[in-house]
Design a protein around this ligand. Structure first.
Ligand code: E4P
Length: 220
């Protein structure tokens, strides 16, 4: 399963890239609002850090507006993927951008039928929002599992991108459910790295090493 970082924070993206675990990045207007500045500049910089897909989200409601924003984002870097929210106009924009060879990520997916339509329209990434479904007492992981199975059965090339990941358990569950990609906040990536027994073990190994060195030095 590929791992994307769900952030517009350059520092976090650089860190994950240094760890060798970064396959791409997703941004959205809310994540951009947290960092501010020029969205174009941020996208260019992110695309210089990773050669993986970097999602840039359109905000227009009409097809022409979506196309205009999407075409603009696509000029910023070759690895830009235009993020379009699921809607009737969104499907049309996805289909038109696909005809132009511009890759899209269909966002705000909450049912397998929405995901199937987005794939049919030509989106290369399909983003079901796991956490937001869990928030309303529905099992978000069901949509991931169903879409992964549907795409496998029908040999659909679009990839299922588990989005709205809220905890490390979601990552394990998404991987087991067959997600091709999961996008997660940096904090959850850090949580995945750590385990109390790992951290305790590192401290203990260091202590024992020092003790052994001191005793060897005393005998010499
Ligand atoms: C990513 O593509 C989504 O925009 C993001 O994962 C949404 O996460 P949230 O539900 O925590 O805002």
């Amino acid at each position: 399963m590929k791992i994307f970082l769900d952030t517009a924070d350059i520092g976090e993206i650089r860190q994950a890239a240094r760890w060798g675990v970064l396959d791409g990045v997703t941004t959205n207007p809310s994540l951009y609002a947290k960092v501010g500045g020029s969205y174009d500049d941020i996208l260019r910089e992110v695309c210089s850090i990773t050669s993986g897909p970097v999602s840039a989200e359109v905000v227009a409601d009409d097809v022409d507006g979506m196309l205009e924003e999407g075409r603009h984002f696509a000029t910023l870097a070759p690895n830009i993927v235009v993020k379009v929210a699921m809607s009737e106009n969104g499907l049309e924009a996805i289909s038109r951008l696909a005809e132009e060879g511009i890759k899209t990520n269909c966002t705000l997916i909450f049912t397998s039928n929405q995901g199937l339509l987005a794939a049919k329209a030509g989106a290369s990434l399909i983003s079901p929002f796991v956490g937001r479904l869990d928030d309303i007492n529905q099992d978000g992981m069901i949509v991931i599992r169903e879409l992964a199975e549907i795409f496998a059965i029908h040999e659909i090339e679009s990839e299922v991108l588990a989005a709205s990941i809220r905890n490390p358990l979601h990552m394990t569950q998404a991987a087991l459910a067959g997600a091709h990609v999961a996008t997660l906040p940096f904090k959850i990536l850090q949580q995945m790295v750590h385990h109390p027994l790992t951290d305790k073990g590192i401290v203990q190994f260091k202590k024992d090493w020092q003790k052994a060195r001191e005793s060897a030095a005393a005998k010499a």
